[in-house]
Ligand binder design. Structure first.
Ligand code: G6Q
Length: 546
C-alpha cells in the first residue's frame, strides 16, 4: 500500500505543478490576512506557518491526504496502547509517562498508570533525599554532582533538557553527561569531580549497550580507588528494564528505576531516564515539563487537523520532502540554552523516519525522513545560512523564538529576536535583480562593475520557514515543544506508511563493533573482512602502543 496511489497524493502532485512558481511575496501582497489564516496556537505556543509555499488549497489537500491515509485512526491506536511498533511487537506509549490526567492507558490489556505513578513517586522520594541532604555519600557529604552515563535516547534528551532548564537548577546541584566510549569523555568529566560527592546514574534501557557499560565499569573503578565496594550503593543507581543485568553489574536493584519496553529510547526523557533532569532542576520542575508534554498530547488528540500543530508541521514537511524534493530540514533555535535541541530532534526524527521499508515489508519508492540539522541563531547566520539563502537546495527552516530571556541583558534579546525575524523575512522575500540594481546604483556602482556584481547579490527568496514563538522557555513550554516534534514525526510516519518506532540501523552498529574489538586486541594479523577493513584493523594493531 503506497500513498502515491491515492487520489489525494495525485491531486497534490497536480497542485504542486500549479504552485511551484507562485511567489510567497506576491501571496503576502495579495492577502493581508495571510498570517491569521496560516498561524495557530497551543496554549502560549504560536506557530506561524504563513511563510510557506502554500495556499489555502494546499492545506486542504494535505489534510485530505492525511484523512485518506487514516491519520486519526493511527493517533487513536497510539493513544489506546495498541502494538503499533509491529517489528518489535510493542506499544508506543510515551504519552502515558506524561498522562497528568491519570486516565487509564492499557498496554497488553493492563493499565500502565499505576506503574508510571509508582516510578514518579520513587523518583520524587529519591530527589527529595538528595536535595535535603538525607542521601549522603560514603563520607557523609552531600551529593553535589550527578553523572549520567548513557547514550542515544538515554543521553541526548535529558542532556538537552538539563541545558535548557539551567535557570531552574537546584542550588548546589551540578549535572554531567558521559556518553561517548572515547575515554576522553569520562576522564575529562571525572577529573573535575570528587568520588565523595558524586552520584552516577547508569541509564540504559537494555543494560547491554557496550559504550554505557564500558563507561560505567570505568566509573566504578574510579570510585573504588577512593571508596569501598560496600559504598557503591550510595553512589550508583540505575535506570533500566533489565533488573538481572543491573544486579549483575553490582548495582542494588533497590536503587533501580524501572522503565518499560513500550517506551522508545528517543521518547524516554519523560520516564526515569529523566532522573538526571529531576535531580538537577527538582521534581516539581520535572513535573511541569510533563505537564507541557501532556498539554501538547491533548492538543494533538483533540484538535481538528486544520488547527493541529503537529499535524500541520508534519504535513508541511511531507509537502517539501515529497513534492519539492527537499532532503534536509533545519531547526534553528534563537535561544542559546537550546543549543542541544537540534541534536535531540535529529535523533528523534532521523531514527524514527529514516526508513526505506513500509509497514507491509516492501521497499518504498518515495522519500521519507529528511536530514535534520541546525545550531542556535544567531551563530548559524555567520556560517551556513549562506547556503539556505543562495544555495541550490530548498531547505525549510524552523525558527524557534522565545520572546523573553532568562538572562535579560539590556538590548541583547531585541537584537537576537530581530535577527530571527529578519532571516525568515529575507528567506521569504529574497532580493530581485531590480532591487539589487537600485541598491548598487545608490552605492555608486555603474557600468561593468555594476553588471559584474549584480547577479551575485540576487536572492531568489520563496524559501520556506515556520516560526515557533512563545513568551519564555519554561519547563512547561519545553515539554510542549518536545512533544510537538514527537507528534510531528508520528504524523509523517503515518503518511509514509512506515514504522517510526523501530531502529534496526542502531542495532546493526551495536553488533558490528563487538566483532571487531577482539580483532583489534589480537597479537597476529587478522583477515576475513574486505581488504579495506582488514588493512585498517591491522594498521591500528601496529600503531597501538600497548
Ligand atoms: C533510541 C535508540 C537508541 C538507544 C541507545 C541506548 O531510540 O534505541 O538511541 O537509546 O542505543 O540504548 P540503551 O538505553 O538500551 O542503552
Amino acid at each position: 500500500m503506497t500513498p502515491l496511489n491515492t487520489p489525494e497524493w495525485q491531486s497534490l502532485d497536480r497542485h504542486y505543478t500549479d504552485l511551484k512558481y507562485v511567489s510567497m511575496r506576491d501571496e503576502f501582497a495579495l492577502d493581508s490576512g495571510r498570517f491569521e489564516r496560516f498561524s495557530l496556537n497551543s496554549g502560549e505556543l504560536l506557530l506561524d506557518y504563513s511563510k510557506n509555499r502554500i495556499t489555502k488549497e494546499t492545506i486542504e489537500k494535505l489534510i485530505a491526504l492525511a484523512k485518506s491515509l487514516g491519520l486519526s485512526d493511527w493517533i487513536e491506536r497510539m493513544y489506546t496502547g495498541e502494538s503499533i511498533n509491529t517489528t518489535e511487537g510493542r506499544a508506543v506509549s510515551h504519552i502515558a509517562l506524561r498522562n497528568r490526567s491519570n486516565r487509564p492507558i492499557k498496554v497488553d490489556g493492563k493499565d500502565v498508570m499505576p506503574a508510571v505513578n509508582a516510578v514518579l513517586a520513587q523518583m520524587k522520594q529519591f530527589c527529595d533525599q538528595v536535595h535535603q541532604g538525607k542521601w549522603l555519600g560514603y563520607t557523609d557529604k552531600r551529593i553535589s554532582d550527578v553523572v549520567n552515563i548513557g547514550i542515544g535516547g538515554s543521553d541526548l534528551g535529558p542532556a538537552m533538557i538539563c541545558e535548557a532548564l539551567e535557570p531552574y537548577a537546584i542550588a548546589g546541584m551540578n549535572v554531567h553527561f558521559v556518553s561517548n566510549v572515547d575515554g576522553t569523555d569520562l576522564s575529562t568529566t571525572l577529573e573535575k569531580l570528587s568520588p565523595e560527592t558524586t552520584l552516577f546514574i547508569v541509564a540504559s534501557k537494555t543494560f547491554t549497550t557496550q559504550e554505557t557499560l564500558t563507561n560505567a565499569q570505568s566509573a566504578r573503578a574510579w570510585f573504588l580507588r577512593a571508596g569501598g565496594v560496600e559504598d557503591i550503593a550510595k553512589h550508583f543507581v540505575a535506570v533500566s528494564t533489565n533488573a538481572d543485568a543491573v544486579a549483575k553489574f553490582g548495582i542494588n536493584t533497590d536503587n533501580m528505576f524501572e522503565i518499560w519496553d513500550w517506551v522508545g529510547g528517543r521518547y524516554s526523557l519523560w520516564s526515569a531516564i529523566g532522573l538526571p533532569i529531576a535531580l538537577y532542576v527538582g521534581m516539581e520542575s520535572f513535573e511541569r515539563l510533563l505537564d507541557g508534554g501532556h498539554e501538547m498530547d491533548n492538543h494533538f488528540r483533540k484538535q481538528p487537523f486544520e488547527n493541529n500543530m503537529p499535524v500541520i508541521m508534519g504535513l508541511l514537511g511531507v509537502w517539501y520532502v515529497n513534492f519539492f524534493g527537499s532532503q534536509t530540514h533545519a531547526i534553528v533555535p534563537y535561544d542559546h540554552s537550546l543549543t542541544r535541541f537540534p541534536s535531540h530532534m535529529q535523533q528523534l526524527d532521523m531514527e524514527s523516519n529514516g526508513k526505506l521499508t513500509n509497514r507491509q515489508g516492501q521497499r518504498i519508492s518515495y522519500s521519507t525522513g529528511p536530514v535534520i540539522w541546525g545550531t542556535p541563531g544567531t551563530n548559524g547566520q555567520h556560517a551556513y545560512f549562506q547556503l539556505i539563502h543562495q544555495g541550490t537546495q530548498l531547505i525549510p527552516v524552523d525558527f524557534v523564538l522565545p520572546v523573553n530571556s532568562h538572562y535579560p541583558e539590556c538590548d541583547h534579546q531585541s537584537i537576537l529576536l530581530a535577527n530571527g525575524l529578519a532571516q525568515s523575512e529575507a528567506l521569504m522575500k529574497g532580493k530581485s535583480a531590480e532591487e539589487v540594481r537600485t541598491e548598487l546604483v545608490n552605492e555608486g556602482y555603474e557600468g561593468e562593475a555594476l553588471e559584474a556584481l549584480q547577479p551575485h547579490k540576487i536572492f531568489p527568496g520563496n524559501r520556506p520557514s515556520n516560526t515557533l514563538i512563545f513568551p519564555k522557555l519554561t519547563p512547561e513550554m519545553l515539554g510542549q515543544l518536545v512533544a510537538l516534534y514527537e507528534h510531528k514525526v508520528f504524523v509523517q510516519g503515518a503518511i509514509w506508511n512506515i514504522n517510526s518506532f523501530d531502529q534496526w540501523g542502531v542495532e546493526l552498529g551495536k553488533q558490528l563493533a563487538k566483532a571487531i574489538v577482539p580483532e583489534l586486541q589480537k597479537d597476529a594479523d587478522i583477515s576475513g573482512h574486505d581488504s579495506s577493513t582488514t588493512s585498517l584493523i591491522n594498521l591500528i594493531r601496529q600503531l597501538t602502543k600497548r
